[in-house]
Design a protein around this ligand. Structure first.
Ligand SMILES: Nc1ncnc2c1ncn2[C@@H]1O[C@H](COP(=O)(O)OP(=O)(O)OP(=O)(O)O)[C@@H](O)[C@H]1O
Ligand SMILES: [Mg+2]
Length: 259
């Protein structure tokens, strides 16, 4: 049985002026699974994420969502599909509280006034559904939160909108051990709740702890897409640093991906 991926990218090219950053990139992400996107600094991961989120438009290639070809040229297009991105440089406003951040730009209104109680209830329900318990008050300013709590709010914001695909660009990069464990648990829970999740991480332990599939980019090209259970830490590190590893490499990009 071949399952249709929630997201399937094929042949994605992206240049900035004369510099081509993405070359013929492929990526598939499936509902109920965490797909890790790995690659060295500058490999093109964040650029690919911005193409998924509509911040950049790809120069060439196919963007299929739930099997249908779609056009995504703005964050609005992505949001309409149910695609939510938590960017590497977190877009939270320090001077606003948790509820205000989660509804920023998409506030609920009753007539002309903001419907604070509904927003607060929805924010609380979302955090509860994700079993987030470390946040004391929803009316706390984001500036008073720890790094892990900020990530949690950013992730909860992403899943508030009936999203189908959530992409997290290095959510644990700035976190300590305990907070990393909490965020990874949350990432796993998103997938277990049926979402397709793409997780970018440089940390192989994190990648193997939560991922079902691993996609590696090397110098802006797809080095491999494999099931996590078909690859070792060492092989993934080799894919990241040299673009191939034994039989995993450009000739075998579909290995495991279609199974
Ligand atoms: N807006 C832009 N204009 C020009 N070049 C860009 C732009 N955005 C990214 N690049 C270039 O594209 C390449 C890939 O960058 P990208 O941020 O996608 O890498 P990355 O894989 O996310 O790296 P990291 O792991 O460090 O976050 C880099 O060489 C970068 O300088
Ligand atoms: Mg990046």
């Amino acid at each position: 049985m071949t399952e249709t991926p929630t997201l399937e990218l094929r042949g994605i090219d992206k240049s900035f002026g004369p510099v081509q950053v993405l070359h013929d990139v492929a990526l598939s992400a499936y509902a109920g699974e965490v797909t890790a996107l790995v690659g060295d600094n500058g490999a093109g991961k964040s650029t690919l994420v911005k193409c998924i989120g509509g911040i950049h438009s790809a120069d060439a290639g196919d963007y299929l969502f739930e099997g249908r070809p779609v056009q995504v040229h703005s964050p609005r297009d992505a949001a309409a599909l149910g695609v939510e991105i938590v960017y590497q440089d977190l877009a939270l406003c320090d001077n606003l509280d948790i509820v205000q951040n989660m509804f920023l730009g998409r506030e609920k209104r009753r007539g002309l006034v903001l419907d604070d109680s509904t927003m607060e209830e929805m924010a609380a329900a979302t955090l509860q559904s994700l079993s987030v318990r470390t946040v004391k008050s929803l009316r706390q300013k984001v500036s008073s939160l720890s790094g892990g709590q900020r990530q949690t709010v950013a992730i909860a914001k992403a899943v508030l909108w009936n999203s189908k695909l959530v992409v997290l660009d290095e959510p644990t990069a700035a976190l300590g051990v305990a907070q990393t464990a909490q965020v990874l648990e949350l990432v796993r829970r998103l997938a277990d709740n049926g979402l397709a999740v793409v997780l970018i991480s440089h940390n192989m332990n994190d990648v193997f702890a939560v991922s079902d599939r691993i996609a590696a980019l090397y110098l802006g090209r797809t080095a491999a897409q494999v099931k996590a259970s078909d690859a070792t830490h060492a092989q993934v590190v080799e894919l990241i640093t040299s673009g191939r590893s034994g039989d995993l490499g450009p000739q075998n990009t579909s290995k495991g991906a279609a199974a």
